[in-house]
Design a protein around this ligand. Structure first.
Ligand SMILES: NC(=O)C1=CN([C@@H]2O[C@H](COP(=O)(O)OP(=O)(O)OC[C@H]3O[C@@H](n4cnc5c(N)ncnc54)[C@H](OP(=O)(O)O)[C@@H]3O)[C@@H](O)[C@H]2O)C=CC1
Ligand SMILES: Nc1nc2c(ncn2[C@@H]2O[C@H](COP(=O)(O)O)[C@@H](O)[C@H]2O)c(=O)[nH]1
Length: 325
């Protein structure tokens, strides 16, 4: 098995067929809708809230609302419906979540997307939840995760998931790899490749993206959508206040399995960090789009499908040559 991660890979350019990068089409059809770029902010409490979800939906970006204020989800769906915006929410697998699905159905709500968001998605409890949701809400596009193996992708797909989310432990605020010894941290891109080869439905690559070029690499190795936390943290629209320290502005970014999220130190697999304040998130998303357009031009194509076919080399841990920007 070839093992590598984002920083170990360089994609090999092909002859350019466009006159301008602006000709390159970064749009992706994912589930029932088409989005501007194959990028979705992580469904974490320091990354997304209702206001940002609305902004993303209005501007043609995919979003997944987090599940950490469970009692707000019904109103969130109704508000988005009133504004004629698509709805994309998260659920867990505990007993209350079955009651929540029942409530959604009894109120005749039809979320466009639901994401089952748990640490260890390869489990019968997740499979039971997939079957329950697909039975009650057959028209909802159901994303299940997280997983890190081809076997898990196949099992969740066979249970009815419409897409699977790949990534156990590669996240910036993740300490799963240190606390448990398990995961795809350090070889997320290779794990993505294995999972995508086994998949017959779309894949979301989740965690470990540190540079815009990693989005193109994710697509090359099989991702239809890329979930990003740290790169999209620290914006004006990110939940939480600006924190001033030594004259610099920051925002907090913490793991969904951290003590800051859980409110207690039990089964902690996440940490907190300060992210330098970055201004408007739309500027960052626009830059991601432009960088992806450039990637497509280097791939010698006009759309994302050209990235899927490019050759690559493994340059183990050497591509940075000390470069940071
Ligand atoms: N992508 C990643 O690498 C990771 C992501 N996370 C994120 O943290 C958040 C919390 O996740 P999670 O703890 O699953 O959610 P919950 O706290 O909602 O737990 C879901 C259920 O699964 C059980 N559970 C959790 N982990 C395991 C496990 N390893 N083996 C067996 N049962 C388990 C829990 O019981 P009990 O707590 O009693 O075990 C609970 O009953 C999510 O948003 C998740 O995405 C967390 C870790 C890794
Ligand atoms: N192991 C943990 N993983 C976590 C936790 N909270 C979130 N996550 C995962 O990280 C990605 C974001 O990764 P990034 O590298 O882009 O910052 C997120 O989508 C989750 O899958 C956690 O507490 N522990």
């Amino acid at each position: 098995m070839q093992v590598f991660d984002y920083e170990d890979i360089q994609l090999i350019p092909n002859k350019c067929i466009v006159d301008s990068r602006s000709e390159c089409d970064t749009t992706i059809k994912f589930g029932p809708k088409t989005f501007k770029i194959p990028v979705v902010p992580a469904n974490m409490q320091t990354i997304i809230d209702e206001n940002l979800a609305e902004k993303l939906a209005t501007n043609g970006y995919f979003y997944v609302m987090h599940r950490f204020e469970p009692e707000t989800r019904i109103d969130f769906i109704k508000t988005m419906n009133q504004k004629d915006l698509f709805t994309s929410i998260s659920v867990g697998i505990k007993k209350d979540e079955y009651t929540f699905i029942d409530q959604v159905v009894s109120e005749h709500l039809k979320p466009d997307y639901i994401t089952i968001d748990v640490a260890h998605g390869h489990s019968d409890r997740v499979i039971d939840m997939i079957k329950y949701i697909k039975n009650k809400l057959p028209d909802t596009f159901l994303i299940a995760g997280n997983v890190g193996t081809p076997e898990a992708v196949r099992e969740l797909e066979n249970a009815g998931a419409d897409a699977t989310k790949v990534g156990i432990g590669p996240g910036k605020v993740c300490i799963t790899k240190l606390k448990t010894g398990f995961g795809t941290g350090g070889w997320q891109l290779a794990a993505l490749r294995l999972c995508a080869k086994a998949a017959s439905k779309p894949i979301i690559a989740d965690g470990g993206v540190r540079n815009d070029g990693d989005i193109a690499k994710s697509v090359r190795f099989g991702a239809d959508m890329v979930m990003i936390g740290s790169l999209l943290a620290g914006h004006k629209e990110s939940p939480g206040k600006i924190i001033e320290k030594d004259g610099q502005k920051y925002k907090a970014y913490f793991g969904s399995a951290s003590q800051y999220q859980k409110g207690e130190y039990k089964n902690v697999e996440g940490k907190r960090m300060l992210v330098p304040y970055k201004g408007e998130i739309m500027d960052t998303l626009t830059e991601m789009k432009q960088d992806l357009q450039s990637s497509i031009s280097y791939a010698g194509g006009k759309d994302l499908s050209s990235l899927r076919k490019v050759d690559y080399v493994i340059v183990k841990n050497s591509i940075y040559n000390g470069d940071v920007y």
